[in-house]
Write a protein that binds this ligand. Structure first.
Ligand code: NAP
Ligand code: MG
Length: 470
């Protein structure tokens, strides 16, 4: 894999200040595939200065011209789609077909949506005797995770650029090559120098320096709740805006009138995709007591079809998890589930291969709402199936975690499912297998986060209002 040995700052690749590097590892075979510089507070400072200097010019650029640059960015991403997919597969380990369709395809769609929004959005409103100007928030510090490496970058950078903000990105240490490829695409798209800047590095060093930097006006973070809480506190102390997209423990509620086989099969696919490393995954399946045994048998059969193996082999439906730490963490949760009395009906804690960070797709039955595996985000291919007595019981279980990011409801007709969805404390609900919509606001209730990404709601996060009275 091609890796840059510098930081993308002020429109150029420039050497890092310090000598340290980060080894990028392919999780499928544990081989080092590249080295990127580990940024320091000084690199972050240089990047923030460049973003600050570029802000007045970019903020004053007509929205139609900003839209044209984002459209060009979308076109470059589309032209380099294959390279994006190969890079994500190499550093994340997702099967190549999934990388092409989702890891490359979704960011292209999201960039396209912001090219259109930037051109059509009204950055001015009238109310009574006032004109309200919607102005860019300023310099954005974006901190992203590894699980959807390009999507999470584009979901921050595209709306920020559309709003007229400038950006410094600190991507996850596990997936910096995708971030470098994105910086190349920004450059190729003709985005002016300093509008977008990239500093690779470690979270507690470069990430923390970015979150704390006084030249940053908004910190937009996606990742774990533990780090999100810390970043929220830092931003609060500095009276700085913050957006947090954190973890989830979403419920897939199958009402008795639903097509059980379809709901179970789609539910299993949802959890296994991306090796379970999806913050909005429906990791708890809720089934009526009378249909429980049938659902468990269906889920065990479905999960067994997710053969874990080489992401370049078309027969592999599941890749490894991202790194050694996640590998032991996920298997630790499986062991914990067994210890607390849940019943393994597919998979288990043993790795299916000697090399690579593979986890066997695992399904637990007889899970009770208070078990660790029903409460904590596992971030691996692990599904828990819980029985419920009636709808109120299902709702109590569905809402009974600290999280509220996503969910699903299945019923014979949409109205019945919607009535249940209205009572759920969560930011997104898919009704009878509804498709992903890149324009729908995405974000959490409760400890799943603060703020929304995507569509017009995502754009609004990067704007602040100024009211003029006449
Ligand atoms: P994480 O530590 O929260 O990482 C997210 C991003 O924050 C990365 O860029 C990380 O850098 C950075 N970071 C870490 N510590 C920081 C700090 N003190 N200040 C500023 N930035 C910091 O998540 P993780 O360690 O990769 O994964 C741990 C768990 O988080 C997973 O098992 C999963 O449960 C959850 N997670 C959730 C999501 C989601 O989409 N909601 C995504 C990823 C992970 P480094 O890459 O150098 O750590
Ligand atoms: Mg980390």
């Amino acid at each position: 894999m091609k890796a840059h040995d510098g930081m993308y700052i002020d429109g150029d690749w420039r050497p890092a200040v310090g000598p340290d590097t980060i080894a990028v590892v392919n999780p499928a075979d544990e081989q080092v595939i590249g080295q990127v510089p580990a940024g320091t507070a000084e690199d972050v400072d240089a990047a923030v200065r460049a973003a600050r200097a570029a802000l007045p010019g970019w903020a004053a650029t007509p929205p139609a011209e900003r839209a044209a640059r984002i459209a060009a960015l979308r076109d470059v991403l589309a032209a380099r789609r294959e390279e994006i997919a190969e890079t994500v597969t190499a550093e994340l380990g997702s099967p190549l077909g999934f990388s092409q369709m989702v890891h490359a395809g979704v960011p292209i769609a999201v960039a396209g949506s912001y090219a259109e929004l930037a051109a059509s959005y009204s950055f001015e409103e009238k109310t009574g005797n006032s004109t309200v100007l919607l102005e860019p928030v300023g310099v954005v510090g974006a901190i992203t995770p590894w699980n959807y490496p390009l999507h999470q970058i584009v979901a921050k950078v595209a709306p920020a650029l559309a709003a007229g903000c400038t950006v410094v990105l600190k991507p996850a240490e596990d997936t910096p090559l995708t971030a470098q490829l994105f910086a190349e695409a920004v450059h190729e798209a003709g985005v002016p120098a300093g509008v977008f800047n990239l500093v690779t590095g470690l979270g507690p060093v470069a990430g923390q320096a970015l979150a704390e930097h006084e030249g940053v006006d908004l910190v937009s973070f996606t990742g774990s709740t533990a780090v999100g809480r810390q970043i929220g506190a830092t931003a609060g102390a500095a009276v700085k805006r913050v957006a947090l997209e954190l973890g989830g423990k979403s419920a897939n509620v199958i009402l008795p009138s639903a097509d059980l086989a379809k709901a179970v099969n789609v539910g299993v696919a949802n959890v296994m995709s991306n090796s379970g490393q999806t913050c909005s995954a429906w990791t708890r399946m809720l089934v009526h007591r009378d249909q429980y045994d049938e659902a468990v048998a269906l889920a065990a059969t479905a999960a067994a079809k997710y053969v874990a193996g080489d992401p370049h082999n078309q027969a592999s439906r599941l890749g490894p998890v991202v790194n050694a730490k996640q590998h032991s963490r996920v298997r630790g949760y499986i062991a914990k589930g067994i210890e607390e009395g849940a019943r393994v009906v597919a998979g288990g804690p043993d790795s299916p291969h000697e090399r690579g960070y593979y986890v066997t797709p695992t399904v637990f039955a007889d899970v009770t709402p208070s078990m660790t595996i029903a409460q904590e985000e596992i971030f691996g291919p692990v599904l828990s199936i819980l029985p419920y007595e009636d709808e109120d019981d299902a709702l109590r279980i569905a809402n009974g975690t600290v999280y509220g990011l996503a969910g699903a409801v299945w019923a014979a007709d949409a109205e019945e499912a919607v009535a249940f969805a209205r009572r759920m404390d969560t930011g997104q609900v898919d009704i009878n297998g509804g498709r992903f919509n890149p324009l729908a606001p995405f974000g959490g209730y409760k400890q799943s986060g603060v703020g929304r990404e995507l569509g017009t709601h995502g754009l609004a996060e990067y704007l602040q209002t100024k009211s003029l009275q006449f």
